[in-house]
Write a new protein. Structure first.
Length: 348
């Protein structure tokens, strides 16, 4: 079977395998990154709110919070990088993301407090995540809420048309990225999310927070297992995370109050050896510990490929030891590309 897996544990295993034991700062950052990845994966299993991001609107231009660069510049830079180093199958989509964000900026520059715009990102090319961003004017700032989705193209078409967007019957991922639209019939981002999922299971922000709190000790156990190099323990702890998340979800849906206490080693093993419920998420199949090497990288946005520096100093590359033009870290552009590709393989 050649389906896309929503989470590929091979990337976690490799990353910890090559982590220098003495580099405590790098391990701290990797632990934090892995924790976010696992939490995002749990959110995708239940169509949850994945993140909340604040932006600033200055003279009609959107900036990241406390940033000096317009956010669209990072999207353009990422798009330009991919033109040289990316896959042509993604070029139309990556152009659309630039145009679409420009439209969001124009809409929000002329918006009043409470007004919202939706950007749909359905899977396409090397971007398998299925999500929507709901950007709202909060008065002093803009807020973007990203929700994991499990909708089909037709369901997206129907919803967008209900809000007044003219959508062709053959609308693809690039069309939706290029055409964000105003919300005309709902008052809050969560109402929008609920309306999207009127025919689908989803969880609220509070429910997601409860699930993550319940799973937190097991997520730490999974990270510790990665650091230990014990593949069997990695399998048990990761599967235990997903099974406990499912148990908490079932408890909430039944209205029960079950106390999830710390597990003994025997209980952890039993939970981790239990078959994990397979779920078709918005970006693939989620069914437990997966060690295949066929998983695709899974960026959410072309902006993730933005590079904020140039190669304008001549010297000896620290990586390949060649005499060439270097970036600020003393590494040449080809070596930098290789490092960035390795880092992107961690995004699953």
């Amino acid at each position: 079977m050649n389906e896309i897996q929503a989470y590929n544990n091979s990337f976690d295993v490799e990353n910890y395998r090559y982590l220098p034991q003495e580099d405590l700062l790098r391990k701290e950052k990797l632990d934090s990154y892995t924790k976010r990845q696992v939490e995002t994966h749990i959110g995708e299993r239940f169509n949850a709110l994945l993140s909340i991001t604040r932006y600033e609107l200055r003279d009609g231009v959107i900036y990241g919070e406390n940033m000096d660069e317009p956010f669209i510049d990072s999207i353009v830079r990422g798009r330009n990088y991919r033109r040289i180093h990316g896959n042509p199958i993604n070029f139309k989509r990556e152009d659309a993301e630039v145009f679409g964000f420009g439209k969001i900026q124009s809409i929000m520059a002329d918006s009043d407090e409470g007004e919202m715009v939706v950007l749909i990102s359905k899977p396409g090319g090397d971007y398998p995540h299925n999500f929507t961003d709901v950007i709202s004017n909060r008065g002093d700032y803009l807020e973007s809420r990203r929700y994991s989705m499990a909708l089909s193209t037709q369901e997206y078409i129907d919803f967008a048309r209900s809000q007044g967007l003219e959508v062709p019957d053959d609308a693809d991922d690039a069309f939706f990225l290029e055409n964000p639209f105003k919300i005309t019939t709902f008052n809050t981002p969560d109402e929008v999310h609920k309306a999207f999922h009127k025919e689908h299971q989803y969880i609220t922000s509070d429910e997601f927070e409860q699930i993550i709190k319940t799973c937190a000790p097991l997520i730490i156990a999974y990270i510790n297992a990665l650091a230990s190099g014990d593949i069997e323990l990695q399998r048990i702890t990761f599967n235990a995370v997903l099974n406990r998340a499912d148990d908490k979800f079932i408890e909430m849906r039944k209205g029960e109050q079950v106390i999830f206490e710390d597990l003994t080693p025997e209980q952890l093993t039993a939970l981790g050896n239990r078959e994990v419920r397979e779920i078709l998420t918005g970006c693939g199949s989620s069914s437990g510990f997966n060690m295949t090497k066929d998983g695709k990288t899974a960026p959410f946005s072309v902006s993730e490929f933005a590079r904020e520096y140039s190669f304008d100093k001549f010297g000896t590359c620290k990586a390949c030891h060649g005499e060439t033009m270097l970036g600020p870290c003393g590494i040449c552009e080809p070596c930098d590309d290789g490092i960035r590709a390795e880092q992107k393989s961690l995004l699953n």
